[in-house]
Design a protein around this ligand. Structure first.
Ligand SMILES: Cc1cc2nc3c(=O)[nH]c(=O)nc-3n(C[C@H](O)[C@H](O)[C@H](O)COP(=O)(O)OP(=O)(O)OC[C@H]3O[C@@H](n4cnc5c(N)ncnc54)[C@H](O)[C@@H]3O)c2cc1C
Length: 366
């Protein structure tokens, strides 16, 4: 049977980062993805905070510096402001440096970096399950690995086959393209059109990524219908190129390891509950998993080290964001209360929440 030191399942941001650092660490590495075209169709708002903003969320500048390098060719727009818009239309603005990236380019470029480091990339190449250290594919013979990295997203086939069942609250999301020139800000709209979540308009070079995410669908509604209403209200015109997908909003697991399998990114539930972003945590967890996998193969480092490393800087902020989100959900369903709540915590409080911190008026950064 063909064998590798490390097999990474899924070439999204988590998997390509894991494969890159496993290969850089000297492990023979195979990276597989079921998609014919990596990064497509786009199932993402495509917003990324700048690296210096991330160090405020996760106090781990060393790992962020080593792993979080946005390929410049994938950047469509730089933004400096986020605006949270209440159901009443009141705007709360605060500075936040970031980028809109083309996920279609971004995912391919990260996979190219993994290949550049020596990983072998195969796609379309879907897996059907994992038995111990053996990976089964939809087509072709199985492959053996010393370490398996599960980077196959929120509906993780690897997770299902090895019994990695963590509590997840799955949010339904829809994303689309709206034509027109949009201002240099990330606009998040809260209220009845996105129950438990928000709708967004994220500017790209000549158009915008628009969409919404919901905790549940109101009776008789569809995601597409809610998006139509949102687009009509905001005067965006027809929102085309629609795709729907899921985001797993935490909490972070106590352990992201099952035997020889290390879980990363969405497959491990590592999404920031208060802002819905998962790319930074996918990259950071992929970085730690790739490094630990390589050190395990080379020097016999215990795979438990992966849990220790990702938890050191990611666990507390992610768990805190999950608690804040839970509290917010108690009021978020009613537009009037939501508007009052947003007014009470103000722009500073919303800024803090986006940074996974308690709003000052609700107890500060506890
Ligand atoms: C609509 C929407 C908007 C979002 N907006 C943002 C945003 O603006 N900013 C942000 O930071 N986050 C955003 N997120 C979250 C973000 O997209 C994810 O957290 C991030 O993509 C997770 O990366 P990942 O590598 O863990 O998983 P994914 O990016 O989901 O990659 C998983 C990969 O695994 C592959 N795969 C799955 N199953 C198999 C299999 N059986 N065999 C082989 N390959 C397989 C898939 O093809 C895919 O390429 C959004 C999510 C959604 C749904």
């Amino acid at each position: 049977m063909e064998s590798f030191d490390v097999v990474v399942v899924g070439a999204g941001p988590a998997g390509s980062t894991a494969a890159r650092f496993a290969a850089e660490g000297g492990a023979t590495t195979l990276l597989v993805d079921r998609r014919p075209e990596l990064g497509h169709p786009v199932q993402c708002g495509e917003f990324l905070p700048a690296a210096h903003e991330l160090t405020d969320l996760f106090a781990d500048p060393e790992s962020i510096h080593a792993s979080f390098e946005i390929p410049p060719e994938s950047v469509l727009r730089s933004t400096r402001t986020m605006a949270c818009i209440a159901p009443t239309g009141r705007r709360y603005e605060f500075p936040l440096d970031g980028y809109t990236v083309s996920r279609r380019a971004f995912d391919k470029l990260l996979a190219l970096r993994a290949e550049g480091a020596g990983a072998e990339l195969r796609h379309p190449c879907g897996i059907t399950g994992v038995r111990g250290t053996v990976i089964d594919f939809a087509r072709g013979p199985p492959v053996q690995a010393k370490v398996i990295v599960a980077a196959d997203g929120p509906i993780s086939t690897v997770g299902r086959s090895v019994g990695f069942q963590v509590p997840r609250r799955m949010y339904r999301m829809i994303t689309a393209t709206a034509q027109g020139r949009f201002p240099d800000e990330i606009a998040l709209y809260f209220g009845r059109l996105a129950p438990g979540g928000y709708a967004w308009a994220i500017p790209r070079a000549d158009d915008a990524n628009v969409g919404l995410g919901v905790a549940h669908l109101p009776r008789g509604s569809t995601l597409g219908g809610l998006l139509d209403e949102f687009a009509a209200e905001q005067g965006f015109g027809a929102a085309s190129e629609r795709t729907q997908w899921w985001v797993p909003l935490g909490p972070p697991p106590e352990s992201a390891r099952r035997g020889p399998v290390l879980f990363v990114g969405d497959a491990a539930n590592l999404v920031m509950a208060t802002n819905g972003g998962g790319i930074p945590t996918a990259i950071l967890s992929g970085y730690h998993a790739g490094q630990v996998a390589a050190e395990h193969v080379r020097n016999g480092l215990s795979l438990d080290t992966y849990d220790r490393r990702w938890k050191e800087h990611l666990f507390a902020p992610l768990a805190r964001a999950h608690r804040i989100k839970w509290l917010g959900d108690q009021v978020v369903e009613h537009d009037l209360l939501l508007a009052l709540g947003m007014r009470y915590i103000g722009a500073g409080g919303l800024d803090a929440m986006m940074r996974l911190k308690w709003p000052g008026r609700l107890g500060g950064n506890a």
